[in-house]
Design a protein around this ligand. Sequence first.
Ligand SMILES: Cc1cc2nc3c(=O)[nH]c(=O)nc-3n(C[C@H](O)[C@H](O)[C@H](O)COP(=O)(O)OP(=O)(O)OC[C@H]3O[C@@H](n4cnc5c(N)ncnc54)[C@H](O)[C@@H]3O)c2cc1C
Length: 420
Amino acid sequence: MPSSTPSTPKVSVVIVGAGIGGLTLAAFLRRLGISFVVLERTAVLTPQGAGISLAPNCLAALAQLGLYEKIARNAQELLGIRVYREKECWGTIDFGLAKRWFGYNVLSIERHEFHGYLYEAAGGEGVVRLGWNVADILGLERDNGDGVLRVVSDDGREIHADVVVGADGIRSVTRRILSRSIGLKSENTIRFTGRVHMSGYTQPLPHLSTNDLGYGHWMLYNDSILTTWPCKENRQWFIGVKRADNLVNPDRSVWKGATPDTVNGVYGEKFHPFGKDGTVKAIVDRSERVIASNVFEEADFPHMVQGRVALLGDAAHSMTSFFGQGACQAIEDATVLADSISLFLDGDKNALEAYSRVREKRAQEVANFSANYALLHTARLAPLGLGKLMRALVYRLVPSSAWMWYLEWLYGHQPVSKRR
Ligand SMILES: Cc1cc2nc3c(=O)[nH]c(=O)nc-3n(C[C@H](O)[C@H](O)[C@H](O)COP(=O)(O)OP(=O)(O)OC[C@H]3O[C@@H](n4cnc5c(N)ncnc54)[C@H](O)[C@@H]3O)c2cc1C
């Protein structure tokens, strides 16, 4: 049993998890002059995934943190998405219009690089404690705003805080602790979708030209789908989704330790216009690294605030990656939560609840959109071949300006911190 002593460290905010959400919140708290520490269970920061696309709805917040220029210099602007059904090009969605509509284009960047920028903005090793596996939070019963929360690691270390934020990802321990504390039987709010992701990041593809820069591809194959996002210097970040066959344990990746051969076993022979010989294999073989992971979705959205503990990012609302919004939503959460924490510490007892009201609605809308969009994209929106027809009509007939008009609710909402 851990025991606190007079020398137990105390901060205003403990953030559990140094992922994209946790580090963004840290950077905003730093900007607001609020004391905090980020506790990360891994000994080395290892961001999941290979690349990441950052949509306009999170870029205003990153700009406020002074990161936009740096990201833009090392990312690639998305100018268009070409949609292919097997080898037939159905058309190009002009995503370059996004800048005019929303002030920013979607940017694709190598994930470790982006994570590094957030780590620095948060305050780096001065505030991020690696190898700190949070096992429990004590003092939850004293929800009236006084007393402290005691955050305890699996090896008995302890830190005290006024507010704790669970930014600890899809299998969040914080979420489980909260569920347990209110007597919920099921501590798990996520479910496996039956599909597997694989992604990778390549070296520059030397046969491509400057005309190819900025073009992504949505490849709709008969038995799977694959997206390639353009990164700087004609590097490609690819992400595929396939139904998982013969799955032994849905809680673990089927392709743990995936190599380019694993990916080629599924996609290698398929067509891709950026493959030097017209195959996906030619792209995968230029990979610097590949990874695979199971895809989860939220079965039952938890409340994002309980007393003085808040959840953000995947800990609160995991969503399918079909529209690339998981991290963007974690950044939106962090931006709003930083202001709420600042107000709360200044004495506004309702400020954390206000965060949950605003963010639960938005995140659930985006998660639902993402799930429905996945159905459209994989032709499962309607039975009896109608799903295929609907998908073909959308991708062949909807003009780019209509896409932008529709995306206003998603990309046009760009929260920034209002506190100084
Ligand atoms: C293949 C793939 C591609 C994706 N592409 C995109 C994209 O293009 N755009 C986009 O917006 N989103 C994308 N996403 C989603 C995005 O990656 C996630 O939504 C985002 O990383 C969530 O960030 P987070 O900070 O909430 O959680 P995480 O990134 O999961 O971070 C959680 C952190 O908490 C730590 N942690 C966990 N438990 C503990 C504990 N007990 N104690 C201390 N630390 C702990 C973990 O080690 C981890 O560092 C993609 C996801 C995948 C899988």
